[in-house]
Design a protein. Structure first.
Length: 157
């Protein structure tokens, strides 16, 4: 299985989550992303299209990008506390165009997230098409929750 993983705004592309993904996937695309870069969304979209993942993951701002890319390219997704609202700035998301799909999606929330309100995010989601799970953590997703959610979702594909 090929996996694309987009880190959050205040994070980078190294750490135990990235390392673990390399143990379960045949290939991992997990670039270091400067979300303030002009044209960043289009570049990441094009790179993911070329990479051809079976699954896309994203956390916070990466969850926002992963949500859009998942719908643009019809790739199943797991989104961790996605920044679908209340972003500290608006990244350049030009170039998404095209038809929007509704691939299988899981949104994982930290019930104690005080940065991106889970309740407000739920209002934006079509819960008839998106599965949701809540855990007892804040905005940063613990590695165990990350692993358990990805493992369970990947088995359902």
């Amino acid at each position: 299985m090929k996996i694309a993983y987009l880190h959050g705004l205040e994070s980078d592309n190294t750490g135990p989550k990235n390392d673990w993904l390399r143990t379960i996937a045949s290939d991992v695309y997990d670039p270091l992303i400067n979300y303030k870069e002009k044209g960043i969304y289009k570049r990441i979209l094009d790179e993911i299209r070329e990479f051809g993942p079976d699954l896309i993951l994203g956390s916070s701002m990466g969850g926002y990008f992963a949500s859009r890319i998942s719908k643009a390219l019809a790739i199943p997704a797991v989104l961790f506390n996605p920044a679908l609202h209340s972003r500290s700035f608006e990244p350049d998301t030009k170039g998404s165009g095209g038809e929007w799909h509704n691939p299988k999606t899981l949104v994982v929330f930290g019930s104690k997230d005080d940065l991106i309100s889970p309740e407000k995010t739920l209002e934006l989601l079509d819960t008839s098409k998106v599965k949701t799970e809540f855990y007892d953590h804040g905005h940063r997703t613990p590695t165990k929750v990350f692993k358990d959610s990805v493992r369970k979702f990947a088995k359902s594909l």
